[in-house]
Design a protein around this ligand. Structure first.
Ligand SMILES: Cc1cc2nc3c(=O)[nH]c(=O)nc-3n(C[C@H](O)[C@H](O)[C@H](O)COP(=O)(O)OP(=O)(O)OC[C@H]3O[C@@H](n4cnc5c(N)ncnc54)[C@H](O)[C@@H]3O)c2cc1C
Length: 380
């Protein structure tokens, strides 16, 4: 498979890289690196991304998006820092999910402000007792006096504390998994920020809904199968998160390469020692393999092929390759590699965050195993 970039792809990649370096990174740098960004800054980041069409990347033009292929979207995400990618993905993914489920009237109501990032939306599926198995959801809605009443708790929700709208996965009175949009201006619910070890400028939140009243027309009725819509976006999100890991690993590699060329021990640059060269070669090999796996998973999705196995493989391989790349880069740097000043320890904490959402390594292994054997390990 040839992944030589076309002229248009090269332009998209360059524009996104410039936006990240010249506009978005300075916004992040203007705030403390160990605390979640203020809502205004999160919104500003999203609004810049909206100008490149990235907030509605997967929507067709008639729906207000650029109709990017999965590969083009991935190529652009690879240029963003993981923090920016993890601000974008929950918003963009939820917009895509909404597009696939909501009615024309609901689209009119919500889409314009979401695509322009005047308002932020997130998806709340995970609960304290329900993580990898999305069918274990306990949150419930019932109809009462012409309204919906939601009870339940959601955990680890990206952008949860800055979202204006929350796409909540819950059970209806018949026990069917449905989605309902909770609008903060209409409905009261509790939000708590959860401090995390990495990607600390992002928001990860716990949301509590106690007899939360929601207008009836916020129910997403377009599809009864909420789990299927979740899966649709997971498939592309996995290699896209893999590409976030690739961009992190690339930075670790470049730091190691530069250090190896300048740091001198035993009277010469450490890059002249064969063991250091092997460490650099190992990192570069894993980055190249990760990148190609992610691109090929996204290309398979674009060709309409079944991509469950390759998409799972791409994320699992890329994230663990990135962990190894950062560890090796730290090793090349000696004590300096462990210092907070250099930033590799921050990267080691950030990459741990990529490992869990949209499929843990164990879940991804079982998805791949199911493709290989046709045996479903999730159903005993
Ligand atoms: C950065 C980040 C962003 C997130 N964003 C969102 C979001 O926006 N919205 C949202 O709803 N959720 C979000 N999540 C939550 C995430 O989707 C869940 O954490 C994830 O699904 C795993 O669930 P869990 O943490 O409850 O772990 P569990 O599912 O309880 O798993 C615990 C451990 O058991 C393993 N395990 C589980 N089942 C099996 C099995 N069958 N075989 C072998 N091992 C197994 C897992 O791999 C894991 O190691 C986010 C999480 C993170 C870290």
């Amino acid at each position: 498979m040839d992944f030589t970039l076309t002229h248009e792809q090269r332009m998209m990649v360059d524009t996104t890289r410039r936006l990240n370096e010249e506009v978005l990174q300075p916004i992040l740098d203007a705030h403390p690196c160990h605390r979640s960004l203020p809502k205004a800054a999160t919104k500003e980041v999203l609004q810049h991304l909206a100008q490149l069409g990235l907030t509605a990347a997967r929507l067709p033009e008639f729906a207000g998006g650029p109709g990017l292929s999965a590969l083009d979207y991935g190529l652009m995400c690879e240029q963003l820092s993981p923090t920016v990618a993890f601000i974008l993905l929950p918003h963009e993914t939820t917009i895509t999910r909404l597009h696939h489920g909501c009615s024309e009237i609901q689209r009119e109501r919500w889409m314009r402000e979401l695509i322009s990032a005047e308002r932020i939306i997130c998806t709340a599926a995970t609960e304290p007792d329900t993580g990898s198995d999305p069918r274990g959801v306990r949150a419930r809605i019932r109809r009462q006096a012409g309204r919906l009443v939601l009870n339940g708790q959601k955990m680890w929700i990206s952008n949860g504390s800055v979202a204006d709208l929350v796409n909540v996965t819950c059970l209806d009175e018949q026990g069917v998994l449905v989605r309902v949009i909770v609008d903060r201006q209409q409905s009261a619910f509790e939000v708590k920020e959860i401090p995390m070890m990495g990607l600390q400028q992002c928001h990860l939140s716990e949301l509590s809904f106690a007899d939360c009243c929601i207008p009836f027309d916020n129910l997403i009725e377009g599809t009864g199968d909420a789990a299927k819509v979740l899966t649709l976006t997971w498939l592309a999100n996995r290699p896209i998160i893999g590409l976030s890991a690739v961009s992190l690993a690339q930075r670790a590699f470049e730091a190691a390469q530069e250090y190896a060329m300048t740091r001198r021990q035993f009277g010469r640059e450490i890059g002249k020692f064969q063991l250091i060269q092997q460490q650099l070669a190992d990192i570069e090999t894993e980055i190249s393999a990760s990148r190609l796996l992610c691109y090929s998973a996204l290309a398979a999705i674009d060709r309409g092929e079944r991509a469950n196995g390759v998409s799972a493989m791409a994320k699992r391989f890329a994230v663990s390759a990135c962990e190894r790349a950062i560890a090796l880069s730290m090793q090349v740097h000696g004590s300096m590699g462990l210092s907070q000043e250099l930033g590799l320890e921050q990267m080691a904490r950030d990459v741990r965050m990529l490992s869990i959402p949209d499929g843990t390594p164990e879940i991804l292994t079982l998805i791949q195993g199911r493709e290989i054997t046709s045996y479903d390990a999730f159903r005993a």
